[in-house]
Design a binder for this molecule. Structure first.
Ligand SMILES: C[S@@+](CC[C@H](N)C(=O)[O-])C[C@H]1O[C@@H](n2cnc3c(N)ncnc32)[C@H](O)[C@@H]1O
Length: 311
């Protein structure tokens, strides 16, 4: 079976597992198992590793289950959002040696899900990873112009956010924007041609923004990391791979707060945490993939890995 997704930064992950206190023995929670690329590699490499594999998308979790059948005795599955890890894993508090996050969506979502994650295919706008909440169709067709512009600007860092939102509002007069193709064409026309960047589709940032909004992706990361820290054994490691600066900033800030002894969530008032660091940060700057990896897998080009260890 050909898998759509190629796992990224595998050598770096192996290094952080091999160099840890338990050297690949114990429990790893793969919070974003996807089609199981990382998990398959880790189970084949570390004979004393058990994996708890999680994904909020039931379809892709099924694909992982089929792929990882040879390792069935060492793997359990949870179909849920990683922002609820404590709910599932509280009985293992202090006994988990690794948490792995590989944020965003899988190539499976882009190429095979049929849920409208990309302008590269003409599909109905949806973009939900687990069918919950509002769809991309609902956002694009019912949110007012200001709210749309805010989403494109905040979650896509799109400088033409207002022009694009106005173009969507005008297009809706003739009927709903139903497909990825229609949305991509509206964005393409709204951004002046001289600002189109070669090799990057002008709708890239808008699609990213809508996807992040629909799945509430940033809040999920913020909620999950604190729980992962509490569930981890001492000497255990959290390894997080981000694909854009908004994700990476949340990981960086969370690790930094933990390293200063603060367990509060971002923006929490009346923080009284003080003193002893709770984790050691093992990646002062995020690690980037090697050139050879980017050459063989272009999706790896924006990956950044951060790792911290519980003290
Ligand atoms: C980049 S892919 C993971 C690829 C995987 N590491 C591999 O090697 O095949 C990200 C996966 O995370 C899942 N995901 C995204 N947000 C999630 C969340 N909040 N909770 C659980 N799974 C999530 C997506 O459904 C997707 O399958």
């Amino acid at each position: 079976m050909e898998y759509a997704h190629i796992p990224v930064m595998t050598n770096e992950l192996l290094h952080f597992i091999e160099s840890s206190a338990s050297r690949g023995a114990g429990i790893l929670v793969d919070c974003t198992v996807g089609e199981g690329g990382h998990s398959e590699l880790l189970l084949s490499r570390f004979a004393r590793l058990r994996i708890i594999a999680m994904d909020r998308d039931a379809d892709i979790l099924e694909a992982a289950r089929r792929r990882l059948k040879p390792y069935a005795a060492r793997i359990d599955y949870i179909n849920d959002n990683f922002s609820y890890i404590s709910r599932h894993l509280d009985t293992l508090r202090g006994k988990i040696h690794y948490f792995l996050y590989d944020f965003g969506v899988s190539s499976f979502h882009l190429e095979r899900s049929g849920r409208g994650f990309t302008f590269a295919r003409d599909e109905k706008l949806d973009m939900r990873l687990d069918g919950s909440g509002v769809s991309a169709y609902h956002v694009v067709n019912t949110f007012d112009e200001k709210r749309l512009a805010d989403i494109f600007f905040r979650l896509g860092q799109e400088r033409w956010a207002r022009r694009i939102a106005a173009a969507i509002r005008r297009a809706r007069v003739d009927g709903p924007v139903g497909t990825t193709g229609e949305l991509a064409r509206i964005v393409l026309r709204a951004i002046p041609k001289k600002f189109h960047v070669r090799n990057i589709h002008p709708a890239t940032r808008v699609f990213q923004a809508v996807r992040i909004f629909v799945n509430d992706e940033l809040a999920c990361i913020e909620k999950s990391l604190g729980q992962a820290y509490r569930l981890l054994a001492s000497g255990g490691r959290i390894m997080a791979i981000s694909f854009h600066s908004l994700e990476d900033r949340i990981v960086k800030e969370k690790f930094r707060r933990l390293s200063r002894g603060c367990e509060c969530a971002e923006g929490e008032r009346d923080c009284r945490c003080a003193g002893e660091g709770l984790v050691k940060i093992l990646t002062k700057k995020p690690l980037r993939p090697h050139v050879e990896e980017v050459e063989s897998n272009s999706r790896a080009r924006s990956a950044r890995l951060r790792v911290c260890e519980k003290l």
